[in-house]
Design a protein. Structure first.
Length: 100
């Protein structure tokens, strides 16, 4: 912002100086041009940072989803393991009963 104000001020002073301020006007114009380029780069960077934030948020949500699904799968595997153990116990009892 300060550079923009300086370039405007420089343009005004160059206009006041007339013919003698031509070089000063060139510098002031270049400063104005650099201010515009800087604004464009800043806007591009801000847009890119926003896109990165969105992508990071999406990754975070996907990780939470995968974690939740993994926890569900672990729970199901534990349940199946308990069922298998119960079946082994029942089979053992059945075999013992049949041997009697």
């Amino acid at each position: 912002m300060q550079m923009h104000i300086l370039s405007i001020n420089g343009s005004i002073e160059a206009a006041r100086a007339g013919e003698h301020g031509r070089a000063f006007a060139t510098v002031a114009n270049e400063m104005t041009h650099q201010v515009e380029i800087t604004k464009e780069f800043a806007a591009t960077i801000q847009h890119t940072v926003s896109e990165i934030k969105v992508a990071v948020n999406e990754v975070h949500l996907a990780i939470d989803d995968y974690r939740s699904k993994s926890e569900d799968q672990v729970s199901i595997i534990k349940d199946v393991h308990q069922m298998v153990d119960s079946l082994k116990h029942l089979m053992s009892n059945l075999q013992a009963t049949l041997k009697e």
